[in-house]
Design a protein around this ligand. Sequence first.
Ligand code: PMP
Length: 330
Amino acid sequence: MQFHDSMISLVGNTPLVKLNNVTAGIQATVLAKVEYFNPGGSVKDRIAVRMIEAAEQSGELKPGGTIVEPTSGNTGVGLAIVAQQKGYKCIFVCPDKVSLDKINVLRAYGAEVVVCPTAVDPEHPDSYYNVSDRLVRETPGAWKPDQYSNPNNPRSHYETTGPELWEQTEGKITHFVAGVGTGGTISGTGNYLKEASGGAVKVIGADPEGSVYSGGSGRPYLVEGVGEDFWPTAYDRNVTDRIVAVSDKDSFQMTRRLAKEEGLLVGGSCGMAVVAALEVAKELGPDDVVVVLLPDSGRGYMSKIFSDEWMAGHGFLEDTSTATVADVLR
Ligand code: PMP
């Protein structure tokens, strides 16, 4: 019989897919690491497994304990699945810009979700960082993974994502491009690839315009899961050779093109990362292999990026793709 013991053993080993159409005019090979094939639908399943198992081993997380984490959704899903399988409770704290779709997914796995305002400073008592600290203090048996400072976040990518890419490309990868949120993906994967290649692989971070990584002050932007208004310790600043800043509009238009032209229904940070990857790839030759990591699926953004009304309302839509019956019959 062929089966997996539990959902946990399905985490990782995601496929690499060549981008064939959005790459028109580019000589380099551009491959996408499609992380929505993880059981929770995102790259964050990887860090959830590693952070929880490390906390069990260190004794920080005890049987029947409660996991409390500020998360924009994907980390929550990963933690909720692993917690459900292992018998822990979960309380998640989310900023209010996160899609209701994502919040309801967390609740579906049995987690409790507290929603906090985005438009307050990190020091404000209602900021999602402070609310989660308060919940940790007040909940018995609480443990906060803190993906922003937990070394097991980048370590999970050093141990899984990096080696997978090295094997899948048979060591031919020349450039790795990923969005930077906590910085865990780019730091763990990037450091592994640099070590494996003797420093040859170039690591490029993609960042929303306005975020600190590309020199901004933390100005609000709409792409979810990436960019910050502070520097987390999970991010190793020395790993990136270059940071490419991408606007919300370019990110979302590319996200829609990935569905239409590549059959990839992915999230907004994926469109952002692909814009940065193409920016890098257009200067390269036919022997170069650029891998861009796509963190999650587009299913959580149907009422935003994939809604013509929402896109038009933000001025992100130039051509309207919803034809009326009259247009089609004309
Ligand atoms: N995209 C999405 C949708 C995410 O949820 C995250 C995680 N915050 C990222 C990208 C960035 O990954 P990392 O935290 O590893 O930098």
